[in-house]
Design a protein around this ligand. Structure first.
Ligand SMILES: NC(=O)c1ccc[n+]([C@@H]2O[C@H](COP(=O)([O-])OP(=O)(O)OC[C@H]3O[C@@H](n4cnc5c(N)ncnc54)[C@H](OP(=O)(O)O)[C@@H]3O)[C@@H](O)[C@H]2O)c1
Length: 323
């Protein structure tokens, strides 16, 4: 297939391009400012927030399929106002998605896959692990409303257009992973009982699932996460150890609320993770790192100055490389 990858120079985009090329696909990859990161594909500069430019780029490329992997999360700092950090990403998820879908329609492209996010989005009631069918949070916290709305918009618009939404877990395996510094500096604590559940996925596994979705996925939503959704109190100490950092601090909810705000408390105590059963069943996807327990050890070994011993099978990229 001839595949148009928007956001090909990012953490997932670079790995996806590598794997698509390894599978014999032809790739046109777009970037905002890091074209040098795109290897083996035709690199095209594109601002996804410029709908006319998106239209031109897609019509010119004449692809068989389009993948939307553009976010603006490099160098992002988490703050009390969650939505502020996600403002541009939210626009890429709303305006950017709409521009790509409109261009796809005009170009007659029916195969469309877009990046969404899996955990922390579901109703914070009932079971701690949710499927694609379970309801999203009907009343997100005020500081997170715009980000929730942007993800809902992307999910809805892509599914309505007959496309595929991949709700990825928290990515790890990139050197600019936003959790590394806070965990090293013990700035990411276990809040209260630490019962909030996260789902993770290694970037190489996320890219592999994306290739499968492009080749054989059916329209709809797929959770692309590893096999072990886990509460913060379990995964955070393992990540700290993998990074060679001291164990995380514990803080009561009221202290976390005062310092970091309501969203941080909800993420640490009540958020839900998701199940990958549908992606495994329907895409035939088997994550190479079924659990973050092993994945963190391998991905973060480089950050302790130890060799990871891990060579990506299908990707030229390796865990810990700067992308
Ligand atoms: N599910 C998750 O947990 C998740 C999801 C996404 C990202 N992340 C993490 O966030 C960190 C940063 O991600 P990243 O390195 O991929 O960087 P990023 O800044 O999120 O960029 C992603 C891609 O979008 C492109 N882009 C940015 N603004 C754009 C615009 N206005 N129009 C078109 N394309 C645009 C970037 O191009 P240029 O690079 O050329 O500017 C890049 O190709 C990484 O550690 C990553 O793992 C996590």
């Amino acid at each position: 297939m001839r595949i148009f990858v928007a956001g090909a120079s990012g953490a997932i985009g670079t790995r996806l391009v590598d794997q698509l090329i390894d599978q014999g696909h032809e790739v046109i990859g777009t970037y905002k400012s890091h074209g040098e990161r795109i290897r083996g594909a035709t690199a095209v500069p594109l601002d996804l927030l410029d709908a006319a430019a998106v239209r031109r780029a897609v019509l010119e490329a004449q692809p068989d399929a389009i993948v939307h992997q553009a976010t603006a999360l490099a160098d992002m700092r988490f703050s009390r106002n969650f939505d502020r950090g996600f403002a541009v990403t939210n626009r890429l998820r709303t305006e950017g998605t709409d521009a790509l879908l409109a261009a796809a329609r005009e170009a007659g492209v029916t195969r469309f896959v877009a990046q969404s996010f899996a955990s922390m989005r579901h109703a914070r009631t009932g079971g701690m692990v949710k499927t694609e069918e379970d309801p999203l949070d009907p009343d997100p916290l005020p500081s997170t409303r715009e980000s929730h709305a942007a993800m809902r918009h992307l999910d809805g618009a892509v599914v309505d257009a007959g496309g595929i939404v991949l709700r990825y877990g928290g990515f790890y395996g990139a050197a600019n992973d936003g959790l590394i510094e806070p965990v090293r500096k013990r700035q990411f604590p276990i809040v209260g009982d630490g019962a909030g559940v996260f789902s993770f996925v290694h970037l190489d596994d996320a890219a592999a699932a994306t290739v499968l979705a492009l080749e054989a996925g059916r329209p709809g939503i797929y959770n692309v996460v590893d096999d072990e959704p886990a509460p913060v109190r379990e995964w955070l100490p393992v990540m700290a150890e993998a990074l060679g950092a001291k164990p995380p601090r514990h803080v009561p909810r009221w202290v976390a609320r005062l310092i970091a705000g309501d969203a941080a408390v909800a993420i640490g105590t009540t958020s839900r993770g998701v199940s990958n059963a549908k992606a495994k069943r329907e895409l035939g996807w088997t994550p190479r790192f079924p659990t973050w327990r092993e994945g963190f050890r391998v991905a973060y070994a480089g950050f302790r100055g130890e060799p990871s011993g891990y060579e990506p099978e299908r990707a030229r990229s390796s865990a810990g490389s700067v992308r």
